[in-house]
Design a protein around this ligand. Structure first.
Ligand code: KG4
Ligand code: ZN
Length: 348
């Protein structure tokens, strides 16, 4: 195993969903992390895969240029490329992966295909202090909700995952039922629930805690989503305060289950560090409550900065860099994998 390359310049690309993101790093240090959101494509009430991939195509070169300028780095200085190859939307992944392969080939440098879920987990290593292995990772995003025991780089055990909707997806749908989703129809409405919940009473409505008392580490959010939908249909009109209360009570149910299972995973597996990551890790109630409860349970909590919790290329760059230190290189015929799992290993 090679030791360390603190000056190695990595260019990283993330296009798994609707944001085009490019980051430039020197070793583990983030020099730039540009995220371009496809607000226009979201006018249609959610992500349209075909429009998302076309927008990635249009954005790719300007976002790369922007990331290089912000980092003060020239194209010729890049020594490694990291790129998401799954999971995600096939058309979107293809744009990033093909661009990365072309660039790596033309610069005659290696590139590494990165698993997006693994990158969310390893985002905790972008900042100091960072955790040491082993740690428990709670990954909560629009596409995933899972608890993982990370034993070492590349050695992961999935302890539990959602049996239906991901937590972020549930936040987005609840925002739509309650008509508080952003005007532009953005699929990413979770932050609106967070904002409204701060003004509401989390104890007002007793929404169910699905699988809350089960002795496994799985999650289920679709029943909770239906409960909120049914509750919201009880009346034609709700006051702003009543909507705030619904948001707070719903959010509390999600946060309760996520926290109790994560801390129980730490206890049962005798692991003293917990990493929270993925877009929902930006949720203020989840961050606050987990902070309080982790302290009580003597668990060290690591939560990346919000910009490293939602989809970003810096986490892809860091993962590629760590894999590079282990001698990994991806072949030019690596295919995008829309349903890539965390523990699937690819050819070196
Ligand atoms: O990780 P991410 O950026 O993309 C995926 O890989 O899915 O996560 C996006 C998800 C969306 O569902 C979004 O609504 C949710 O994270 N999210 C939040 C908050 N910020 C983002 N959910 C609740 N509260 C927030 N503050
Ligand atoms: Zn993500």
């Amino acid at each position: 195993m090679q030791k360390n390359f603190p000056d190695l310049i990595t260019l990283a690309i993330e296009t798994s969903c609707d944001d085009t993101s490019v980051s430039v790093m020197r070793g583990r240090i983030v020099l730039s992390n540009v995220v371009s959101s496809q607000v226009d494509a979201l006018k249609f009430g959610g992500i349209v895969p075909e429009l998302a991939s076309r927008a990635h195509q249009a954005n790719m070169v300007p976002v790369v240029e922007d990331a290089l300028v912000q980092a003060g780095v020239k194209l010729q200085d890049i020594r490694l490329i990291g790129v998401t190859y799954g999971p995600g939307l096939i058309g979107s992944l293809l744009v990033g992966l093909n661009f990365a392969k072309g660039l790596a080939y033309s610069l005659d440098i290696p590139y590494i295909g990165v698993n997006h879920i693994e990158a969310h987990m390893l985002a905790a290593f972008l900042e100091k202090p960072h955790p040491d292995f082993p740690f428990i990772s709670l990954i909560v995003s629009g596409g995933h909700t899972m608890l993982v025991l990370a034993e070492a780089l590349g050695r992961y055990r999935i302890l539990g995952e959602t049996q239906d909707d991901a937590a972020g997806e549930c936040f987005d749908k609840v925002a739509r039922f309650l008509n508080i989703a952003p005007e532009n129809g953005s699929g990413m409405s979770g932050p609106m629930v967070d904002v409204r919940a701060r003004l509401g009473d989390p104890e007002k409505i007793k929404f169910p805690r699905p699988l809350g008392n089960s002795d496994n580490f799985h999650f289920s959010f679709s029943g909770l989503k239906t409960s909120v939908l049914n509750y919201s249909k009880k009346q034609e009109q709700w006051s702003a305060q009543e909507i705030n209360d619904m948001c707070a009570s719903f959010q509390e149910a999600v946060v309760d289950v996520l926290i109790s299972k994560s801390l129980r995973a730490c206890m049962e597996h005798r692991v003293g560090s917990l990493v929270l990551s993925g877009g929902v890790a930006a949720n203020s109630r989840l961050r606050d409550m987990l902070n309080q409860q982790a302290q009580k349970s003597d668990v060290r909590l690591f939560i990346p900065a919000k910009s490293y919790c939602t989809d970003n290329a810096a986490m892809i760059g860091l993962t590629a860099y760590l894999k590079h230190l282990e001698g990994e290189v991806s072949p030019l015929d690596l295919a995008p994998n829309p349903s890539l799992r965390l523990i699937e290993q690819r050819q070196k």
